[in-house]
Design a protein around this ligand. Structure first.
Ligand code: R5P
Length: 312
């Protein structure tokens, strides 16, 4: 990789930043971060950015607000240092879930944060599995939107899939679940899900046949696990034989990983390392998205096609 590329990582997920850098053969350039007595942050980039292609790696994971402000400051510093182009690599864009006005007088954080990033100096965004594809349109700069279906499918190809079916918990993700099922040559089913609040969802029915099947649940993220626990109830009522749970963003808030793994009929849980994972569990497999992000960075830097690599 040529010397015109400079990569910095925020503090949200240094392990992923290191893995991407190692795949690219580019060192991770240091950042000096100061927190002042008034709790404000300041970052200082410790490498020359002038006319360089600068990549800032920072998923918006908890503490989301802290990590977001750090990313904004990194972008501001890179722009102020005369970077040729400032690329935000955001493997998990948490505010994507705030994408519509579904109650009176609510904020739409997905669009606001996109505007903030551009105001801070971001020229381009590389991200992974946005909660809904239309969030892409919130950004007024180019976005390369990858998914992890290739990595997840490669994992499940090692399993006996002769009796398997892919199940999306909701109709919104059914298109991605269908694309995933197609990769594996499997049928697909979907839940009719309604979310009442952050802690309450209802899945009234499953559209498709799951009785006696080995189910692979596929979702974009598992946060509290409210969705997947509700889906498990329906799958049990309909006599599914076993359940593997797969998602891109394994956030596992509120002890969700332990709770999910404690279910006897859950055979395995698979996610990617888009978010850092403190917990390890014998039922959990974490697939790396670093090679995909590194390949995308290399292609963006060299002006090559990214979509041809990651199309459904
Ligand atoms: C919602 O529409 C998403 O696709 C996920 O199902 C949701 O974000 C998961 O959150 P939780 O695990 O808290 O139900």
């Amino acid at each position: 990789m040529d010397a015109d590329i400079v990569i910095f990582g925020g503090r949200a997920h240094p392990e992923l930043a290191d893995e991407i850098c190692s795949d690219l053969g580019v060192p991770r350039s240091p950042v000096h971060t100061t927190r002042f007595a008034n709790d404000c942050l300041q970052v200082q980039l410790q490498a020359n950015c002038r006319e360089r292609d600068v990549y800032l790696i920072q998923p918006l994971v908890p503490p989301v607000q802290e990590n977001l402000v750090e990313l904004l400051l990194l972008a501001d510093a890179a722009r102020g240092a005369s970077a040729g182009r400032v690329n935000a690599v955001i493997p998990h864009y948490a505010y994507a879930r705030s994408d519509k006005k579904d109650a009176p007088r609510i904020s739409i954080g997905g669009r606001l944060v996109a505007d903030l990033l551009v105001t801070a100096g971001v020229d381009r965004v590389l991200t992974l599995n946005l909660h809904s594809p239309q969030v892409h349109g919130f950004f007024s700069v180019p976005v390369d939107h990858l998914h992890a279906l290739r990595e997840l499918a490669a994992h499940f190809r090692q399993r006996d899939l002769s009796n398997a079916v892919v199940v999306s918990p909701d109709l919104g993700y059914a298109k991605s679940a269908a694309a995933f099922a197609r990769r594996l040559g499997l049928p697909v089913a979907a839940g009719a899900k309604e979310r009442m609040s952050d802690t309450e969802v209802r899945i009234a029915a499953i559209i498709g046949d799951v009785t006696g099947r080995d189910v692979i649940v596929l979702d974009d993220e598992i946060s509290r696990g409210t969705t997947v626990f509700e889906l498990l109830d329906r799958l049990r009522e309909q006599g599914a034989r076993s359940v593997a749970v797969a998602c891109t963003h394994g956030l596992f808030a509120d002890n969700a990983l332990d709770k999910l793994a404690a279910a006897d009929d859950v055979t395995e849980i698979v996610c990617t390392n888009s978010a850092p994972l403190e917990a390890e569990h014998p039922k959990l497999t974490v697939l790396s998205v670093a090679p995909a992000l590194a390949e995308a960075i290399s292609r963006i830097h060299n002006g090559e096609s990214v979509s041809s690599l990651f199309d459904h």
